[in-house]
Design a protein around this ligand. Sequence first.
Ligand code: AMP
Length: 279
Amino acid sequence: MIIARSVKNVVNIIKKVRGEKKTIGFVPTMGALHHGHLSLVKAAKNDCDFVVVSIFVNPTQFGPKEDYKKYPRTFKKDKELLEKEKVDLVFYPTVKSMYPKSFSTYVEEVFLSKVLCGKSRPGHFRGVCTVVTKLFNIVQPDVAYFGQKDYQQAQIIKRMVVDLNFQIKIKVLPIVRENDGLAASSRNVYLNDTQRKQATILFRALNLAKQLIKQGTKDPNAIIEKMRKLILSQSFAKIDYIKIVDPKTLRDVKEIKKKVVVALAVFIGKTRLIDNIIV
Ligand code: AMP
C-alpha cells in the first residue's frame, strides 16, 4: 500500500495506473475509519482494479464554531485497517498542499445545498463540493463511493458530477449501523456512556416514522410531531431538524404519497448526529 502526502506524487502514480488501463475506485474520507467507511472500501475493491482512499479532515467544510480542531485523527489505526483491506493507495494530504495560501476558487451547488444540513451549516456543502472536485481531479477515478449516511451530500455530489460533466460513476451504499441501530460515525467517540445509550433515539425515531408511514399516515407533520416527542424523552437530546422530504429535490413533502426520505439532525449533548431512512 502506497501512502502519498503530496498532490504531485498521486498525480504521477495515477498516470501510471491509467497507462496500465486499470479501473480506479475512490473512497474519500476524513479518517477515524469505522466499518461504515470499510463497507465503501470493500465495494471499491470488489469493483475496481486500483483502489484509492483519501484521508483528509477538510477545513473548508467546517464552520467557525464547529469541531474541526477536535475532529478525531487516528492515522496509524486507519492505515492498519486499509492495509488489511488491501487498498492500493492512501492519499493523506497536508492542509497546505490542498489549500496553499493563494487558494481562491470554490465550487458551489445552489439548490440541494439550501436545505437540511445546508441550512444548519452554512458553507458546509461548498467546502464539500470544493474538496471533492479537487480530489476527483487529482485521483481521476472511474467510480467514487459515498454513504447514504450523508444522504444530502451524496445527492449534491451526484448533481455536481452531472452539472460539471465529471466522467465518474457515483455509487451510494447503505448505512452501516452498530448493533443497537446507531449509525456508525467518527463523531460517536465524542459521546459518554449515557449519551451513547441515548443516541439510539435517532434510529428509534426513524423506525417510528417508517412504521407510521407503512400504517398509512399521510401527514408528515403528524409523524414529525411524534418523532419530536420521542426524541425529547432523552435528557441530552436537542433537535436541529426533523424533515420528511422528496428524495430528489430534498424539499418538504405536503402529503406522503410516494417514496420519501425521513432525515434528522439531533444534538446529543454537544455532539451533532445525523441519520436518515428511505421509506
Ligand atoms: P466521513 O469520513 O464522515 O467524511 O465519511 C466518508 C464517507 O463514508 C462518506 O461518503 C460517508 O457517507 C460514508 N459513511 C460514513 N459513515 C457511514 C456509515 N455509517 N455507513 C455508510 N457509509 C458511511
